[in-house]
Design a protein around this ligand. Structure first.
Ligand code: NDP
Length: 241
């Protein structure tokens, strides 16, 4: 039977590349998004992948959204927790709202999405949960206390759930991308990118969304059944962990 994959933030950037690659690998794919209706409609038109709007920061909305996806496509076998935001500020200037928004989306979002699909995966004795963390969750980044904390938390929940899911056939892994050329990175000042960020990347370039998508396709496959609790670093050699 064709497996069903749900990708959060799956209509733009890295998530869009993941949705497309999973579809090409033969899965039935649903892409969630938060608010950019125009991008989602264009994505569905181009790829044929259905899009579903809700915020991963809202537990009840996740439960309802997942129920709709499952009614349309079938039970979710592969969950890719990709949705994420930045609200950067040096810590002395960071507001409680900036802290909370990033934690709610990038960390609690992983709980909110994984919890509703977990029992079904346990019952069916198969599941793949793939969490998109970040190099900045591994090493910490000035100006991103909120983002670094959330992304480090994503690695923590990955390792805890890997242990809980193992006997039930569920693998849980994290991918830590380095700087990838999406809207999130294009929002960084061009001069800062060229003079401060790219020189820190040994391969000398930004990563491509498709390079992260290929890691996801592998982790989703049966071939990756013995890999759980792992963190794949895909960062052009910027940081080793
Ligand atoms: P983009 O900003 O290009 O896209 C983000 C996607 O997430 C959009 O589809 C957006 O929806 C969705 N999203 C944002 N907030 C929510 C929410 N509350 N609920 C549901 N969906 C939401 O990001 P990237 O593709 O660059 O990043 C994808 C992931 O990879 C993120 O987790 C990010 O932290 C991580 N990452 C990115 C790196 C990079 O260099 N780009 C590096 C390391 C990690 P909408 O279209 O509606 O706005």
């Amino acid at each position: 039977m064709t497996r069903v994959a749900l990708v959060t933030g799956g209509s733009r950037g890295i998530g869009a590349a993941i949705s497309v690659a999973l579809k090409a690998a033969g899965y039935k794919v649903a892409a969630n998004y938060a608010g950019n209706d125009e991008a989602a409609a264009a994505f569905t038109k181009e790829t044929g992948i259905p899009t579903y709007k809700w915020s991963v920061a809202d537990y009840d909305a996740c439960k309802d959204g997942i129920a709709k996806v499952e009614a349309d496509l079938g039970p979710v076998d592969i969950l890719v927790n990709n949705a994420g935001i930045t609200r950067d500020a040096m810590f002395h200037k960071m507001t409680p709202a900036q802290w909370k928004e990033v934690i709610d989306t990038n960390l609690s979002g992983v709980f909110n999405m994984t919890h509703p699909v977990w029992s079904g995966m346990r019952d069916r004795k198969f599941g793949r949960v793939i969490n998109i963390s970040s190099v900045n969750g591994q090493k910490g980044q000035a100006g991103q206390a909120n983002y670094s904390a959330a992304k480090a938390g994503d690695i923590g929940i990955t390792r805890a759930l890997a242990q809980e899911g193992a006997r039930a056939g569920i693998t849980v892994n994290a991918i830590c991308p380095g700087y990838i050329g999406t809207d999130m990175v294009k929002a960084i000042d061009e001069k800062v990118l060229a003079e401060r960020i790219i020189p820190q990347i040994p391969v000398g370039r930004l990563g491509e969304p498709e390079e992260i998508a290929r890691c996801v396709v592998f982790l989703a496959s049966d071939d990756a059944g013995f890999i759980t609790g792992s963190t794949i670093s895909a960062n052009g050699g910027q940081f080793f962990s």
